[in-house]
Structure formats: C-alpha cells, structure tokens
Design a protein around this ligand. Structure first.
Ligand SMILES: [Ca+2]
Ligand SMILES: [Ca+2]
Length: 261
C-alpha cells in the first residue's frame, strides 16, 4: 500500500486515488490525505489543457482493469510504418522533425493483441456551460484499431462523444466533440480508450487535449451530408439522435435527418 508512506513520491501509487470527488478507494486516514493531496496537485486547468510534456500526464490516470497502458513517448515509435514520427505540440520544425515533444500512444507490438484496450481517465472537470473538447490524434498503420472518447459522470455508463477507426495516414488529425452543460454541471471525467487493431502496425497516439469552456464546438466547413460512421443508422434506431445529440447530429447527419443544418 503506497498510501502508508509519508513519501510524496508514493502518490504515484494509484491505490489511494479517488475515482470521483466523493468516492475514495479506501477510507484509511493516510489514504484520505493522499487522495486530497492528489486532487489538489492537479487543477482543472491541467487536465483541460494538456500537452503531455510532463510525465505526470496532467493528472490523467491509467486504468488498471483494462489490458494495456498508454505509453508516454517522444520521437517515433519502435515500429516502422506505424505511429507518429513526432509529437503534435512541437512537431516539425524548419530543421526537420524534433524529438523534443511528448505524446501518449498505444504500443501495438506483442504482447498486445487484437481487441486489447488501454484507457486513461482525467480528474473530474466541472463547469456551468457547454464545453468544446479538442484534441489531436494520429492513426497511421495498416493494423490500426479504434479510438473512443467518452464523458463519464460518477458511476453512470460512459457516454461516447468521439470515435474513429482504421488507418488515417501519417498525420495528426484534430478531434472535436461538444460536451453539453447538462453533463458539465454534474462534473465529468474524460476517458480516452484505444483499442488495438489486427496487427502490430497499429500504434495509435494522442496529444494536446484542450477543453474550451463556454462554447460548443464550431461546426467545420464540411457540409457533406454523409454519415461518418457505418454504425450511424443503428445508433439512430437506438434513439441516440436525441440521447446523444451533440455527437450524433454532427457525425450522423444523414441518419439523424440533420442534413443542411
Ligand atoms: Ca491500463
Ligand atoms: Ca506534446
């Protein structure tokens, strides 16, 4: 039990960390103290504006009940023809690529196998108005799996707000999702889940997570009416156009009859 120690370094032990503002994993006095120290160590600002340049990952924590951990890295990943060559924050300079910047990625080489998941969760984020989540992701390789982003309120089922699958080429892409005030006001955690695809050429990365308060995401210039996911008709049938409106009205315009809006 790391929380028995007075050593501040033991806070890295996740056994004492709270899973929400009111749910401590243990009520032992030393655990409560460690949990409070942990919560005050990171402000909302850290998790809501994270470039992953510090090894504390802005307070994001690795899930322990999943299959893999996200890997903190700089430069390229260890496998040719998959993963980024550089992070997004510093990226490419006029002198070429830089290995300065850091990002998180799913290492897909064995022992990772198809379907394995790696999950990180933010500290609780609260507010009173709509928020726009923006982040950058990199999905390059013929074995790329899936990235899912969820909001999680207390012990409720996480709500999917962003998803993409398969090879997107060797480039950083911007992901966006609106988090409505109904969720924000309850306090929520951001959950980033990477699923390993069908081969070791499946290194999937994220960087530069930013949550902008007081605004919904501005809809891009893409006026295409096509659904952006083949599961859109299924989701629509399940009632998600109403229940998960922010995500669905943008991603599944056709299935939700939202064309031209
Ligand atoms: Ca994990
Ligand atoms: Ca970075």
């Amino acid at each position: 039990m790391g929380c028995v120690s007075e050593n501040r370094g033991q806070l890295e032990d996740t056994s004492c960390r709270p899973t929400s503002p009111i749910l401590l994993k243990s009520s032992a006095p030393q655990c409560i103290r460690a949990a409070l120290e942990y919560m005050f160590q990171f402000t909302i600002t850290d998790a809501a504006d994270c470039d992953f340049e510090a090894s504390n990952l802005c307070g994001y924590t690795q899930e322990m009940k999943d299959d893999l951990d996200w890997t903190w890295n700089s430069g390229s990943t260890g496998t040719f023809m998959t993963g980024p060559n550089m992070d997004h924050t510093f990226g490419r300079t006029k002198y070429g690529t830089t290995v300065q910047g850091h990002y998180l990625y799913l290492e897909s080489s064995p022992p990772a196998k198809e379907g394995d998941k790696a999950v990180i969760t933010s500290p609780p984020i609260t507010g009173i108005s709509d928020m726009c989540l923006q982040f950058w992701y990199h999905m390059f390789g013929h074995g790329i799996g899936t990235i899912n982003v969820y909001t999680k309120v207390a012990e409720n089922m996480p709500e999917l707000i962003f998803s993409n699958s398969g090879n997107q080429g060797n480039r950083w892409l911007k992901g966006e999702a609106t988090i409505l005030s109904a969720t924000v006001s309850q306090g929520y955690q951001l959950v980033f889940e990477a699923t390993r695809g069908r081969s070791f050429r499946g290194d999937l990365a994220i960087d530069d997570i930013k949550v902008n308060s007081g605004q919904t995401c501005v809809v891009g210039l893409n006026t295409s009416c096509e659904d952006q996911d083949q599961r859109c008709p299924l989701w629509a049938e399940m009632g998600d156009c109403l229940n998960n409106a922010a995500f669905m009205l943008e991603t599944c315009k056709q299935a939700c009859d939202n064309c031209g809006k």
